[in-house]
Design a protein around this ligand. Structure first.
Ligand SMILES: *Cc1c(COP(=O)(O)O)cnc(C)c1O
Length: 346
């Protein structure tokens, strides 16, 4: 797909849009007296509007991810990036998106909020992606395909060859959500950005970095798409406090993050092994993430038993292909042991 074709996918009102120009955008030079943004000079912390372009934070992310800062959007969680994809590319009441099932629920919710219809295609029983089935479901109104790899709630990576086929054949945007990419050894699709102008990769600081409370999500794409994100986003979408804290942690805690991920992966393998020995467990789906999807004899019963012991897991038993399945996040060694102990009693 060429870059001109990407521009043709953009919503008419977004093409026409004159973006908001903030005080910090209008003046870019050096100055010592700022009387341009109606800020309060007497307060000494957080009285200034933050950098709307998050330059320092993007530079740190760029270094860690091996991506150019111009290819990065930073948002208030991945949720903001998902919403922006709809607002940039999908005309309400007209365009459609394609979402393999089961997957992360936010793609559907965000579509509904934006009055966009979703077409669902089931993954296989082992949650594998079949590109031909996806491409068959594309209509003339389909603007975006959402792929989640490793997939939530199943935990598996989607086959790269199938994703590549979709990226090449689909004349629209392909979003690959890599919220859990740091828990597996596979390289990110960000390494292939230059090949695919229609690719948007989503990542987050909420999982491997352990910063869900900060609300930092990232989108990686060609500069043309990042420019569209910047055009449509609220000017100060990431607070100064959040930018400072994220920058500090990213630049000082790289080793600690790596160690946390290693610990979680070791714990995950231990949890899987222990679950396998339980009578009530029917199936454990292989996981490339920090959770496992487990099929049990009676999910509602197991769920209720765990709740009674103060342990909350995610009941996914009403989700496509997930009959009697619980999604269990990997906790600390002690938390995981308590989980297994309670499940043993059933
Ligand atoms: C947890 C998760 C996210 C993270 O969302 P944030 O808004 O960045 O916290 C994104 N996508 C998937 C599939 C997830 O499971």
């Amino acid at each position: 797909m060429t870059e001109e074709k990407i521009y043709a996918l953009v919503r008419e009102n977004v093409k026409q849009l004159t973006p908001y120009s903030s005080a910090r955008d209008d003046f870019k030079g050096e100055a010592s007296i700022f009387l341009d943004a109606n800020e309060n000079p007497f307060q000494t912390t957080f009285n200034r509007y933050p950098d709307p372009h998050q330059r320092a934070l993007k530079a740190a992310i760029a270094k860690i991810k091996g991506v150019n800062p111009d290819n990065i959007f930073v948002g208030n969680g991945s949720d903001e990036a998902i919403d922006l994809v709809y607002r940039i590319f999908c005309a309400p009441g007209k365009n459609r998106v394609l979402i393999p099932q089961p997957t992360y629920g936010m793609y559907q919710v965000s579509a509904s909020i934006n009055d966009i219809q979703c077409d669902h295609v089931s993954l296989t029983a082992n949650f594998e992606l079949v590109s031909t089935e996806i491409l068959q479901a594309v209509t003339t109104e389909t603007k975006v395909i959402f792929l989640c790899s490793p997939n939530n709630p199943s935990g598996n990576l989607l086959e790269p060859g199938e994703i590549e086929t979709i990226l090449k054949a689909f004349n629209g945007i392909v979003v690959i959500d890599e919220a859990y990419i740091d828990f597996c050894d596979t390289s990110s699709w960000t390494t292939r950005l230059s090949e695919f102008p229609n690719l948007i990769v989503l990542q987050t600081l909420s999982k491997a970095w352990g910063l869900a409370g900060l609300r930092i999500g990232m989108a990686f794409a060609h500069v043309e798409i990042i420019a569209l994100f910047d055009k449509v986003k609220p000017p100060y979408n990431v607070s100064g406090l959040t930018q400072n804290v994220a920058l500090d942690i990213l630049t000082t805690q790289g080793k600690a993050k790596k160690e946390m991920v290693e610990k979680i992966v070791i714990e995950r393998n231990k949890v899987v092994e222990r679950l396998m020995s339980l009578n009530i467990v029917r199936k454990i789906f292989p996981s490339d993430a920090n959770f496992v999807l487990v099929q049990v004899e009676n999910a509602k019963e197991v769920y209720a038993k765990l709740v009674k012991s103060g342990i909350i897991v995610r009941d996914r038993s009403n989700v496509t292909l997930c009959n009697d399945c619980l999604r269990i996040t990997i906790g600390t060694e002690s938390e995981n042991e308590q989980l297994i102990d309670v499940m043993k009693q059933l």
